[in-house]
Design a protein around this ligand. Structure first.
Ligand code: ATP
Ligand code: MG
Length: 554
């Protein structure tokens, strides 16, 4: 992530905290961050934000960055998710330099620490069931009540916890709780659960354990074990920070600083893993890598480059208050990135046939066309023309207004890189639809003609599937559904249109993963899954302009 090394002029609030820590000599001048995903789903653009932030800070300060799986919930976690996360973090360009860890690696240490807390009178075994525990917990406005088991002796707690660990009790029969303060205004401090009994197969520890530590009891200590200095998380953990601090303090271990920032929300998207999973499981999309999904998988298959995702994350900065970022910002970052690197090509999505009436029979002319307007290093390609060609249906208008500078009856337009055509005759079918245009061709480029359009030679055109993607949701805030409806009711029914387009001959050899700008249309990606040699399938990555802004008159 080269862009992260350029220090921005103004420092965000996290950089200011780290600057101050370094100035005060905290942590011996070390900066060590981590990205701590729970392997219960695929990563999305919000996670990308967190990865870029954590890795970017480590890099900026010459520190370290860990990848750590917070795998404390055996019921929802799977190896498939671990593998995809590893691959996606690597794709984004964050380098953990071999420091990939699992919270489950620390289960033995966490267990020993639990015993330490029991011995110190700071944890107890509680026999309340989940329902009872809820009643005892109190509410935001009322304090909780002490559990009747709160004052068990250290010996009894040690005995019961040992037997919990050995599997003597049924699932949910007992818990180990931290003994903090049932009257605390912060509900997280009202004797939170540290261990639950749960007979579930864990993706790494198998059936070794029948008790599992809670997220809150695991997270801070895992950070501590790894020597993390700044534990950056999203705002909903602000109320958990006192518990994070309590655990490190009571155990007397290295104490990282938890810092919260606002999670990324994007318009026209949902970000919760639960909802993304629902979209996949109920087949509203074609899987985690559906190009309409803002998963990293989806963005990759859509054709976004990691450079664009990183630039976007850098640009939006970090905030202390939740807000929603316009989807247009992400798309702009993608356009800017692809504009520089994507070779140009011509494709016609909705073709109308043009016959050049003055074209010599049997003649084919081949033009040498530059692949990029600003970058001659991308070379040129051969583009043939042989008397019949396709142009975009909406580049012709029969009853055209004055400002229409493309093709109209009796009018002229420039064919990109080839010459000028004049429309002499409009051929229609019985229903009155335009089926063909008869034009005359003028190879003289020097004349001034207002419009230039793209085109594809009919004789050599390649028919290929092109998928036109649009926002998955039709409204800016899909989570905002009226009574009785859900976010699913806000799905955009026309988020995917597959058409057969006419492509210039050179695109037949496009390799899976190649990116192009189809002139005047947008950026397109050669689908790595469905393309076959000589038969590419293209995904539209992004249009050339923000069409939503235009339609909505923004
Ligand atoms: P869930 O949706 O189940 O609450 P999560 O999105 O928090 O899960 P985790 O795997 O726990 O998923 O996230 C890993 C890290 O990514 C956490 O540090 C979390 O704070 C951060 N993160 C998750 N979503 C966002 C987001 N939208 N913006 C920024 N950071 C995020
Ligand atoms: Mg989470």
């Amino acid at each position: 992530m080269d862009d992260a090394s350029d220090k921005p002029v103004s420092r965000n609030f996290i950089q200011q905290i780290i600057d101050a820590d370094l100035a005060a000599g905290k942590n011996g001048g070390r900066v060590h961050t981590r990205f701590p995903p729970e392997p219960n789903g695929y990563l999305h653009i919000g996670h990308a934000k967190s990865i870029c932030l954590n890795y970017g800070l480590a890099k900026e300060y010459g520190g370290k960055f860990n990848l750590r799986f917070d795998d404390t919930n055996p019921a929802k976690e799977e190896q498939e998710y671990v593998d995809s996360i590893v691959d996606d973090v690597r794709w984004l360009g964050a380098d953990w330099e071999g420091r990939m860890f699992f919270a489950s690696d620390y289960f033995d240490q966490l267990h020993a620490w639990a015993i330490q807390l029991i011995k110190a009178g700071k944890a107890y075994v509680c026999d309340l069931n989940a329902e009872e525990m809820r009643t005892y917990r109190g509410t935001l406005s009322e304090p909780g009540k002490d559990s009747p088991y709160r004052n068990r002796s250290v010996e009894e707690n040690l005995d019961l916890f040992t037997r919990m660990t050995a599997g003597e009790f049924s699932d949910g029969a007992r818990t180990l709780r931290a003994k903090i303060d049932m009257a605390s205004p912060n509900i997280n401090l009202r004797d939170p659960v540290m261990y639950r009994i749960k007979r579930a197969h864990h993706h790494r520890t198998g059936d070794k354990w029948c008790i599992y530590p809670s997220y809150d009891y695991t997270h801070g200590q895992s950070d501590s074990i790894e020597g993390i200095t700044h534990s950056i998380c999203t705002l909903e953990f602000e109320n958990h920070r006192p518990l994070y601090d309590w655990c490190c303090r009571e155990l007397g271990i290295h104490h990282p600083q938890q810092i919260e920032f606002a999670r990324l929300n994007l318009s026209y998207a949902v970000m919760s893993k639960r909802k993304l999973l629902q979209l996949v499981q109920e087949k509203h999309v074609d899987g985690w890598d559906d190009p309409r999904m803002l998963t990293i998988r989806g963005m990759r298959r859509r054709g976004y480059r990691a450079e664009a995702v990183r630039a976007f994350c850098e640009r939006i900065g970090v905030a202390k208050f939740n807000s929603t970022i316009e989807m247009a910002w992400l798309e702009d970052a993608v356009r800017e990135d692809l504009n520089i690197c994507a070779p140009r090509a011509m494709a016609v999505l909705r073709p109308v046939l043009v016959t050049l009436t003055n074209w010599p029979a049997g003649k084919t002319e081949v033009f040498d066309v530059p692949n990029h307007p600003q970058n001659p290093e991308l070379g040129t390609r051969k583009v043939p023309l042989s008397g019949k060609l396709f142009i975009e249906a909406d580049d012709f208008m029969e009853e055209a207004p004055k400002q229409f500078f493309r093709l109209k009856p009796g009018g002229e337009v420039r064919l990109r890189a080839a010459g000028i055509i004049k429309c002499d005759e409009v051929v229609k079918d019985a229903a009155g639809a335009v089926t063909e245009l008869h034009c005359t061709f003028d190879p003289d480029h020097s004349r001034k003609v207002k419009g230039t359009i793209h085109w594809v030679d009919a004789a050599t055109a390649l028919d290929a599937p092109v998928r036109l993607y649009d926002h998955l949701f039709a409204v800016e805030n899909p989570d905002d559904a009226p009574e009785g409806k859900t976010f699913l009711d806000n799905l955009n029914p026309s988020s995917l249109e597959t058409i057969t387009a006419k492509l210039e001959q050179s695109l037949a050899t496009a390799a899976p993963g190649d990116r192009f700008q189809f002139e005047r249309l947008g950026y397109f990606y050669t689908d790595p899954v469905d393309s076959r040699p000589g038969a590419p399938v293209f995904n539209r990555t992004v249009t050339l302009r923000d069409t939503w802004a235009k339609e909505k008159g923004r």
